[in-house]
Design a protein around this ligand. Sequence first.
Ligand SMILES: [Zn+2]
Length: 160
Amino acid sequence: MSTREQIPVRIDEEVRRLLEDRMILPDEVRGVINHAETTGRKLINSGTGRFLACHRPKAVTYWVEYEGAGDDFQVLTAYSHRMVTKSSGSTSEWVKSGSDSDWLCGQCQVPLEIQTVRLQYMQSIFPIKLPACSGCGFILIEEELAIGKMAEAEQALEDK
Ligand SMILES: [Zn+2]
């Protein structure tokens, strides 16, 4: 029996419709929150106090932004991508731009910094500037990127 069923997660009608459009199941959302809450591997927004976490159970990475604690979690948005965020080699090889992000790494308790990291999809690797944690290598894929440029790139590579 899966433990994710025990996590009470509130999803408003508006968000539920968004998830349907994006073909994300409520169970996948619960899986992300369950993973984040049990491992502590999540980002915390220094402005809003909201959480952002991801989980890749199979070939898709799911991201969920949520708030709450204990037994009451509210889902604010969720999105997914198939592209792998590859922090190949050491994080010390990343090129920092010097600017911080609003997101704090929950495990390392340090702000993410904008750095050049590498994304991989199929046989292609793209260098891209993204907020990432130098401590543990956590790379943040923001919603705008996932549903925009990343989705386009995934589509273009599949059409080849
Ligand atoms: Zn970290």
